[in-house]
Design a protein around this ligand. Structure first.
Ligand SMILES: [Zn+2]
Length: 292
């Protein structure tokens, strides 16, 4: 009886704490980076040691939390899409305790990112693909959708993400682009300067789920890091990995090049979580070494 009373008192305290002390230093839910900007990856920590599982939802995307073996906190590596609406958003989190759920939901303000506008020129077939290319593009689109829908149900990444090439990325994520003065699109990755033939490496542990030439992407390698998180490398001149292969941080994926929709040789590197396109440079800055 006494033990049960203590449990419910602790639970009541725990729930109240979640509602009133969102700004306190020992808050049950913590986001890193603390300032959420459209396009930023977000590490969410939930301090709910008694929970048997924790799940959530943010802007229509399902969040699956996991608890590293030596951790009290539940972790999810999530993010806000580059085109996410600016303003208040509801971050729903539920901790499932023994016989009871604790609602740890909170409002999160999404701040505007100040991305640039640019113009570039590519071969006309990439702005207006010829009719004979439509079937190929459609098939590739279905293949990618299938790959994205089948992410492994556990985290595969270990520690922080590492840059895929040694060169610094250009400040290009989120740029609104005009192709040949016509088609407007948003650049949803980071471009790294890379002469054709530069070795490109796996940024973290995962499984190669796509490794083949595609119409727009050129030589493309997609790695599944688990729980809906993928990294994409494009425009390879040569691919050195196979679909289904497990890779570790630093493993060579292939050589950079200028295949697909490009203006010249470079590496396009992108990060996708549950369909949200995230700023790769911000992911590289996240210190995940103490997390897992
Ligand atoms: Zn690019």
């Amino acid at each position: 009886m006494t033990g049960l009373r203590i449990f419910f008192l602790a639970l009541a305290w725990f729930c109240a704490w979640g509602q009133v002390s969102a700004q306190a230093s020992h808050e049950p839910v913590a986001l890193t980076p603390g300032q959420v900007i459209a396009g930023s990856p977000e590490l969410i920590r939930v301090n709910a040691p008694e929970a048997r599982s924790v799940d959530g939802e943010w802007l229509g995307r399902k969040i699956q939390f996991f608890r590293p073996a030596d951790h009290g906190a539940w972790i999810a590596l999530t993010g806000v899409d580059v085109e996410a609406p600016v303003g208040s958003s509801a971050l729903h989190i539920t901790a499932h305790l023994k016989g009871k759920d604790a609602d740890l939901s909170r409002d999160v303000e999404i701040h505007a990112a100040h991305y640039r506008t640019g113009a570039l020129t590519v071969a006309p077939k990439f702005v207006q693909p010829p009719p004979e290319a439509q079937k190929e593009i459609e098939e590739e689109s279905q293949l990618k959708a299938k790959v994205y829908a089948a992410s492994v149900a556990e985290p595969l990444w270990r520690g922080s993400f590492h840059a895929p090439v040694a060169s610094a990325p250009t400040d290009s994520f989120g740029t609104r682009r005009m192709f040949n003065g016509k088609l407007a699109s948003i650049h949803k990755g980071a471009d790294f300067r890379a002469a054709a033939g530069t070795p490109v490496h796996a940024s973290n542990t995962g499984i190669v789920v796509l490794a083949r030439p595609l119409y727009f992407e050129g030589g493309c390698v997609i790695i599944d890091h688990g729980l809906g998180l993928f990294t994409l490398s494009m425009h390879f001149s040569r691919i050195d990995v196979k679909e289904g292969q497990r890779v570790k941080t630093g493993d060579r994926l292939g050589l950079s090049g200028a295949t697909g929709r490009v203006t010249g040789p470079h590496l396009h590197w992108a990060v996708r979580w549950e369909g949200a396109m995230l700023d790769p440079v911000k992911l590289l800055r996240l210190n995940l070494n103490a997390v897992r």
